[in-house]
Design a protein around this ligand. Structure first.
Ligand code: HEC
Ligand code: HEC
Ligand code: HEC
Ligand code: HEC
Length: 235
C-alpha cells in the first residue's frame, strides 16, 4: 500500500515535471520584458505592431479596408479570422484569447518576434545578475533551448506571408487580407523590413551578457549603431 502510494507520487512528480517542461515555454505577455527592457518597450510602443488591434476597430483605416474588400464599419476586434495576426500567441498556451483578452498580449509584441518568454526570461534575470557580479557570460544556446528565437523570419512569415498562393510553404487559413495582389506595398521583404526600426523598435547597446551562436545575422550591425538605453528590473 505504502509502496504503491510512493509510486503514484513519483509518477505524479514525473508528470508535473513533463507538463511543467511543456508549459514552461508558454506566452506570458510583455509586462516583464518591458520592465527590464524599458527603452525597447517605449520605442516598440510607437510602432504599427503595438497598435495592430486598433486597426480592427470600426472606421479605423477605412481606405485600407475598402481596398481589401473589408467592411470599414464592421468591428473586427473579436473576429477569429482577424485577431490571430494582430495579437501575441493566438491559439498558443498563455497567448491572447477573445474571451479573456489581456492588454499585455494585445497587439504584436515582444514574444511574437522573440518567442514565448515564460522560460527564457528567467535565464535573462540570472545571467544579468551574474554578469553584473563577476562579468560571467552565458551562452545564447541556453536561451534558444528555452524557446528564444534568434532568426525571426519564420515568425514574420506566419503573419506577413500567410495568404493563398504565397511563396511561403506554411500558409494556411485564416489568411491575411493584405497581399501583394491588393497592393505591391504589401510585398514582404524580410531582410529589408527587419532593419526598419520604426516597425521593430530602436536598438540599444547590450553589455554582452550573452555570447555565441545562435546570434541573429544582423546583430553586430545593429549593435554597432545602437543607442544607449535605459534598463530596468522585473519589479
Ligand atoms: C503576429 C503577427 C505578426 C508578426 C509575427 C510580425 N508582424 Fe509585422 N505586422 C503585423 C501586422 C498585423 C501589421 C500591421 C499593423 C497595423 O497597422 O495594424 C504589421 C506591420 C509591419 C510593418 C509595417 C508595415 C507598414 O505599413 O509600415 C513591418 C515593416 C513589419 N510588420 C515587419 C515585420 C517583421 C520584419 C517581422 C518579423 C521580425 C514581423 N513584422 C512580425 C503582424 C505581424
Ligand atoms: C495571417 C495574418 C493576418 C490575418 C488573419 C489578418 N491580418 Fe490584418 N494584417 C496582417 C499583416 C501582416 C498586416 C500588415 C501588412 C503590411 O503593411 O505589409 C496587416 C494589416 C492590416 C491592416 C492595416 C492595413 C494598412 O494598409 O494599414 C488592417 C486594417 C487589417 N490588417 C485588418 C484585418 C482584418 C479586418 C482582418 C480579418 C478580416 C485581418 N486583418 C486578418 C496580417 C493579418
Ligand atoms: C516585430 C519584431 C519585434 C518585436 C515586436 C520586438 N522586437 Fe526586440 N528585436 C527584434 C529584432 C529583429 C532585434 C535584433 C536582434 C539582434 O540584434 O540580435 C531585436 C532586439 C531586441 C533586444 C536586443 C537589444 C536591441 O535593442 O537590439 C532586446 C533587449 C529586445 N529586442 C527586446 C524587445 C522587447 C522588450 C520587446 C517588446 C516590448 C520587443 N523586443 C519587441 C524584433 C522585435
Ligand atoms: C529580469 C530582467 C529581464 C527580463 C524580465 C527580460 N530580460 Fe531580456 N535581458 C535581460 C538582461 C540582463 C539581458 C542582457 C543584456 C546585456 O547584455 O546588456 C537581456 C538580453 C535580452 C536580449 C538580447 C539577447 C542577445 O542576443 O544578446 C533580448 C532580445 C531580450 N533580452 C528580450 C527579452 C524579452 C522578449 C523578454 C520577455 C519575454 C525579456 N527579455 C525579459 C534582462 C531581462
Amino acid at each position: 500500500m505504502r509502496q504503491s502510494l510512493t509510486l503514484a507520487l513519483a509518477a505524479a512528480a514525473v508528470f508535473a515535471l513533463l507538463a511543467g517542461g511543456a508549459s514552461a515555454q508558454s506566452f506570458e505577455g510583455r509586462k516583464k520584458c518591458s520592465s527590464c527592457h524599458k527603452s525597447q518597450a517605449e520605442s516598440w510602443g510607437q510602432t504599427a505592431h503595438a497598435k495592430a488591434m486598433e486597426s480592427l476597430k470600426p472606421n479605423a483605416k477605412a481606405e485600407a479596408k475598402k481596398k481589401a474588400k473589408l467592411d470599414p464599419k464592421k468591428d473586427y476586434t473579436k473576429d477569429k479570422d482577424c485577431v490571430g495576426c494582430h495579437v501575441d500567441g493566438w491559439g498558443k498556451e498563455g497567448g491572447y484569447t477573445i474571451a479573456d483578452p489581456s492588454k499585455f498580449t494585445t497587439g504584436v509584441g515582444c514574444e511574437s518576434c522573440h518567442g514565448p518568454g515564460s522560460k527564457f526570461r528567467g535565464i535573462h534575470r540570472k545571467a544579468g545578475a551574474s554578469f553584473e557580479k563577476s562579468k560571467k557570460t552565458t551562452p545564447r544556446k541556453t536561451l534558444a533551448d528555452a524557446g528564444q528565437d534568434f532568426s525571426f523570419e519564420e515568425r514574420c512569415n506566419a503573419c506577413h506571408l500567410n495568404y493563398k498562393g504565397s511563396p511561403w510553404k506554411g500558409a494556411k487559413e485564416p489568411y491575411t487580407p493584405y497581399t501583394p495582389e491588393v497592393d505591391k506595398k504589401y510585398t514582404f521583404d524580410f531582410k529589408k523590413y527587419v532593419k526598419d526600426v520604426k516597425a521593430m523598435h530602436e536598438h540599444y547597446k547590450l553589455d554582452g551578457t550573452f555570447e555565441g551562436d545562435p546570434k541573429f545575422e544582423f546583430h553586430d550591425e545593429f549593435q554597432a549603431s545602437a543607442k544607449v538605453g535605459e534598463k530596468g528590473s522585473e519589479d
